[in-house]
Design a protein around this ligand. Structure first.
Ligand code: CA
Ligand code: CA
Ligand code: CA
Length: 364
């Protein structure tokens, strides 16, 4: 009898622990979806939000098509397509502001091109909201099969980087620089291995940290500076942690005082997992994007992005964007847009809503 009671007690403790470990799981609702990515299959992947310098409601979502005849898409905040450039099988895209291109400071966009294992480089023209190629040459990486990409603007030396990876777990960091003639060139400044297949990554420009998802394993935190070594700590794990393989897209919500959130796509259970941005990246909670009206819910998400900035009437408290692998239940794919305050307000206590951090501002 005593053993029986102990067994019951242990089951109860384990059940309570598991529930506490899972935290809150909430549903949030999209308000906009983009036009589908080019190609009839799951061809969309990673998005990046570009913030218009003077009228934030004219900001855009830059998306990809990894179809063989794919490229980069640009969508308005109402989801309509502004531009589609067809130049290859584009997997991931990221953006950084204030890149010095002769007498201009431009929003620089880089993307991983699986057709030729290169890094594509574009700038955003604020007057048209369209992308313009500014690569001086084809920047071919040393990777056998390029996959994910993220960017990093160093607070230490002000240099800009693209960090790319492949399905073997190899990572390469490329320094981007003005070639003196308003074009961008790049040179490889570090390479290392995560261990196994990786794709999603994000750099925190204020803390100089680099987060990389090892798809079947979990999330790792490295230093983002190319000269500071490859020491790493594990933020969370697939299976035993709050993630269900594959861990895919990663993004950072920036609030004041270097606080905010690290957000990950947990593809295996169609959820998004939120951690503290600072310190030990403590787990906070989990959300799903459900269907709302004519907009279907979000599943199988690869890439994500988020901004804290007020993007005008449609997204006054910021915006979260996620790839959806089955648009309207079909095989085509697109992006779902969710107001940040819908996500923040779904948790108890509510998450931070801080629109003050300026992506074009000086790094603190
Ligand atoms: Ca993947
Ligand atoms: Ca869907
Ligand atoms: Ca739809």
């Amino acid at each position: 009898m005593k053993n029986y009671i102990i067994a019951i007690w242990m089951v109860a403790v384990i059940t309570i622990s598991a529930n506490l470990g899972q935290g809150q799981v909430v549903d949030v609702l999209p308000t906009v979806e983009t036009a589908p990515a080019y190609g009839g299959d799951d061809d969309a992947d990673d998005p990046a939000i570009w913030i218009h310098p003077s009228n934030p409601s004219l900001s855009t979502i830059i998306g990809v098509s990894k179809n063989d005849d794919g490229g980069l898409h640009v969508y308005g905040l109402d989801g309509t397509q502004i531009q589609f450039i067809q130049f290859g099988k584009i997997n991931s895209v990221d953006i950084r502001y204030n890149f010095p291109l002769n007498d201009q400071k431009v929003a620089l966009v880089t993307a991983s091109n699986r057709s030729n294992n290169s890094i594509a480089v574009y700038k955003v023209d604020p007057s048209t909201r369209r992308l313009e190629n500014v690569a001086v040459r084809m920047i071919e990486t040393g990777l056998g099969e390029i996959y994910g990409l993220c960017m990093y603007h160093s607070p230490k030396n002000s240099k800009f980087y693209s960090i790319v990876n492949d399905k073997e777990g190899n990572v390469e960091q490329w320094e981007l620089y003005n070639n003196g003639n308003s074009k961008v060139d790049a040179k490889k400044v570090r390479s290392f291995s995560v261990g196994s297949q990786t794709e999603g990554c994000v750099a925190d420009d204020e803390s100089a940290k680099l987060y990389i998802g090892e798809e079947a394993v979990g999330i790792w935190k490295y230093v983002a500076e190319p000269t500071d070594g490859e020491a790493r700590t594990q933020v969370d794990q697939c299976g035993g942690g709050h993630l269900r393989a594959d861990v895919e897209g990663l993004t950072i919500y920036r609030a004041g005082g270097r606080t905010g959130y690290l957000i990950a796509s947990s593809q295996g259970n169609n959820t998004f997992v939120i951690y503290e941005r600072q310190d030990e990246n403590t787990y906070i909670g989990t959300f799903r994007i459900a269907a709302k009206g004519s907009i279907d819910g979000c599943s199988g998400t690869d890439g994500i992005d988020v901004t804290n900035v007020n993007l005008g009437p449609a997204f006054t408290k910021g915006l979260f964007v996620a790839h959806d692998n089955k648009n309207s239940g079909g095989s085509s794919s697109n992006y779902k847009l969710v107001p940040w305050d819908s996500i923040a307000g779904a948790f108890d206590p509510i998450l931070k809503i801080d629109t003050s951090w300026d992506h074009r501002g000086i790094i603190r």
